[in-house]
Ligand binder design. Structure first.
Ligand SMILES: C[S@@+](CC[C@H](N)C(=O)[O-])C[C@H]1O[C@@H](n2cnc3c(N)ncnc32)[C@H](O)[C@@H]1O
Length: 233
């Protein structure tokens, strides 16, 4: 099923930078899903179904696995499979999605986030669905790299450049506050792909994001260090 989509990405692996990285990111998700026994998957953001078709291919033709895809627009005709359920919804509306696909409450193996790329929206998606992710489950997130949107670059966009930078900062802050619950890796190239691996138990929540203090002045650091040494502060 959708073997052409898989072959398209495989062929793009040898292309120039942009297509190469996009293919590499998508094929890394495909490789993970292909090796799972009976995965329950949730995809947020469908559009023309590029990721949907690749995921359905990874679920293969046997009975294993299910994919639930969500989009605010009607994408119900972009793919077709007995393993696929499309839900038209705001992807931040966790309750609505869980009501329409109640089997997600038994545990999600893979969550792919690629809908509205704003910190506020991504926050609701990650924090809303993290409890339902199984221990060992994985969240993939597209659009965490601002490089292709920087000034003079191919997709030059002030809005997306700054938003993606804020999203990357947000993910780092989620990680800082939850190192006992998840691993984080960021794959650079093209629009980037973040991978969060859940280490905590099913139904555990995430702590609120925590930013590290960013030092601005070397002189202030030296002064504080000297005052601490002399036990003045
Ligand atoms: C980048 S596209 C998804 C691309 C797709 N995952 C792929 O790999 O081809 C983003 C999608 O998010 C959808 N979207 C935007 N805001 C949304 C929201 N609040 N809730 C759900 N989907 C939303 C858009 O309609 C669009 O189809």
């Amino acid at each position: 099923m959708y073997e052409d989509k898989l072959n398209e990405y495989k062929a793009n692996l040898n292309s120039g930078n942009d297509k190469h990285f996009r293919a590499k990111h998508y094929l890394s998700m495909h490789a993970l899903i292909s090796q799972l026994e009976n995965p329950t998957m949730l995809e947020l953001g469908v559009q023309s179904g590029n990721s949907t078709k690749l995921f359905l291919n990874a679920l293969q033709d046997s009975d294993r696995g299910t994919l639930v895809s969500v989009d605010i627009a009607d994408c119900s005709t972009v793919a077709s499979s007995p393993k696929w359920t499309f839900i038209r919804s705001d992807s931040a509306d966790t309750d609505n999605i869980l009501n329409h696909a109640p089997w997600l409450k038994d545990g999600i193996d893979v969550l792919f986030i690629d809908s509205l790329h704003t910190v506020d929206h991504v926050y609701k998606e990650i924090y809303g669905f993290f409890p339902y992710l199984k221990k060992g489950g994985v969240i993939f997130m597209d659009d965490v790299d601002s490089a292709p949107y920087a000034e003079g670059e191919e997709m030059d966009s002030f809005y997306v450049e700054t938003e993606n930078r804020q999203i990357l900062n947000f993910i780092n802050c989620v990680f800082e506050a939850n190192m006992d619950r998840l691993d984080l890796s960021i794959h650079r190239g093209w629009t980037g792909l973040a991978r969060l691996d859940k280490r905590s138990d099913f139904m555990t929540q995430l702590n609120e994001p925590k930013g590290l203090k960013v030092r601005q002045s070397r002189r202030m650091w030296k002064l504080k260090r000297s005052l601490k040494k002399r036990k003045i502060i």
